[in-house]
Design a protein. Structure first.
Ligand SMILES: Cc1cc2nc3c(=O)[nH]c(=O)nc-3n(C[C@H](O)[C@H](O)[C@H](O)COP(=O)(O)OP(=O)(O)OC[C@H]3O[C@@H](n4cnc5c(N)ncnc54)[C@H](O)[C@@H]3O)c2cc1C
Length: 441
């Protein structure tokens, strides 16, 4: 929809017909809001819809909902829908999104097991909570498989709805894209909230009751009862349509595109969002990081280019924020594992500080970790975990990395201060200074 809206901004309806095929009933919806809707913070489904098909129609963008594309004839310039309709095109944008990761474990399709991808998934989980009860005398038990940000946001949402919550993950710690020392803080926070976390356990099967409904999971470390199982096992690219048509995939498995979001062998075809491969600004390597921030920008680039205005996607840092309970989490750029994989000689420094002036009653602990290139002091990545006000500080670090700054540049930069917002030396500045003090950068 970002591509469609941008193309319409640049070209009149008399000049460009825009048609969108959507298999579901919603367009322009916030999957990101699903955990907050399930948790009861957001009142209704409609609040998660930014624009309806009717609103797009008013902009002369024709949206066919309930219309699944099942084939692309690249030579003929035609998309074929499941109901047999054929839609001709001069330019095509593929934005099929992501495909949730599902291990081949028995029972994952059973009633009582829920994905978290589309609004209908959110509605189904809400309905199950509203209808469900736990065994007599105890609350419902919710089990989340996976410790990524979606799994953790869902764990908090289920707890907010009164469920007893268990998170089971295959990795040693939640939040794979944090370093272990920072992820351990997240794990600790979950446990302090009363959420049971079982690590290093891959799921083997979903256990079913006599009615064939999920009643627990068995992992390679144990068995856990559950009245409701939520899957948060990660997201790959949804590329079946593109691959079947013969479009090239990149080494990440996502659709291979250039910086204009064009498919290299078919410049009349664009791909953007979770289905498309991109590149990392720091490592320079290819990347697939399914985030709405990237998807929207890439869609806008595709829409510009197909409408005739040159544009280039500038790459990603994988900047992301989330929270569990009162603990805010932010990350950007390379974590230490990624820095190592990218061949950097790096150092990592972590500082402990407070989110506001230490004497302010609302000051909370915050840890800032910066990863820099040894010698040059070039910022490669950063992670922040702490109380209220911690997470969005990552944007300062993301901007510094984006601009190619060194730790010393950042340590000397003019960041704001007043006691309700930060200590006189902001934690971000303090972390950068630790690196520059050693003569690096
Ligand atoms: C629970 C959750 C929380 C999230 N939170 C955040 C967050 O806080 N921050 C962030 O940056 N990102 C977040 N994301 C990720 C973000 O939602 C995605 O990166 C973003 O939606 C990707 O946009 P997209 O347009 O590529 O794909 P999608 O939004 O998935 O849209 C693709 C659309 O294509 C349709 N489609 C697929 N195949 C076909 C077909 N063959 N025919 C017709 N239609 C088809 C699908 O029905 C879908 O509507 C979250 C995701 C989830 C699930």
């Amino acid at each position: 929809m970002s591509a469609a809206a941008q193309a319409r901004r640049l070209r009149d309806p008399a000049d460009l017909d825009i048609t969108v095929l959507e298999q579901g009933r919603d367009v322009s919806y916030s999957a990101c809001g699903i955990p907050y809707w399930v948790g009861g913070l957001v009142a209704g489904r409609d609040e998660l819809i930014a624009r309806t098909p009717a609103e797009f129609a008013a902009q002369d963008i024709t949206v066919h909902t309930g219309t699944r594309a099942v084939g692309i004839d690249l030579a003929g310039g035609v998309v074929v829908a499941e109901d047999g309709r054929r839609f001709g095109y001069d330019s095509l944008v593929i934005g099929t999104g992501g495909r949730p990761t599902r291990p081949p474990s028995p029972g994952l399709d059973a009633p009582g097991v829920f994905g978290v991808h589309r609004l209908d998934d959110g509605a189904a989980i809400r309905a199950a909570i509203d209808a469900g009860t736990g065994p007599a005398g105890r609350p419902m038990r919710g089990l989340v498989l996976g410790g990524g940000y979606i799994g953790l946001e869902m764990a908090e949402a289920l707890q907010a709805r009164g469920l007893e919550v268990t998170v089971v993950l295959a990795d040693p710690l939640p939040m794979q894209l944090l370093d272990a020392d920072m992820a351990a803080r997240v794990c600790g926070a979950l446990r302090e909230m009363g959420i049971a976390v079982h690590t290093d356990q891959a799921v083997r099967e979903v256990l079913l009751d006599v009615d064939g409904r999920a009643c627990g999971v068995r992992t390679d470390g144990g068995s856990y009862d559950a009245d409701l199982v939520v899957l948060g096992l990660g997201m790959g690219p949804e590329v079946a349509l593109a691959a079947d048509a013969g479009l090239a995939l990149g080494s990440t498995g996502a659709i291979d595109v250039d910086r204009s979001q064009r498919c290299r062998d078919h410049p009349e075809v664009f791909a953007a969002g979770d289905c498309a491969q991109t590149f990392h600004r720091v490592s320079g390597g290819v990347a697939h990081v399914p985030l709405g921030t990237h998807a929207n920008k890439q869609g806008r680039v595709a829409g510009s280019v197909l409408a005739g205005r040159p544009a280039r996607f500038a790459g990603i840092l994988g900047t992301a924020v989330t929270k569990v309970g009162g603990l805010e989490i932010g990350r950007t750029g390379l974590c230490t594992t990624q820095a190592e994989q990218a061949g950097f000689a790096y150092r990592a420094d972590t500082i402990e500080a407070t989110t506001r002036a230490g004497y302010h009653p609302d000051a909370e602990d915050v840890a800032v970790k910066v990863i820099t290139e040894q010698g040059s002091g070039q910022l490669l990545g950063a992670q922040i975990v702490g109380g209220q006000g911690a997470a969005k500080r990552i944007d300062v670090l993301a901007t510094a990395i984006w601009a190619g700054m060194t730790a010393e540049d950042l340590a000397g930069s003019d960041l704001s201060y007043a006691p309700p917002f930060s200590p006189v030396h902001d934690p971000v500045t303090v972390a950068a200074r630790v690196v520059s003090r050693t003569g690096q950068g």
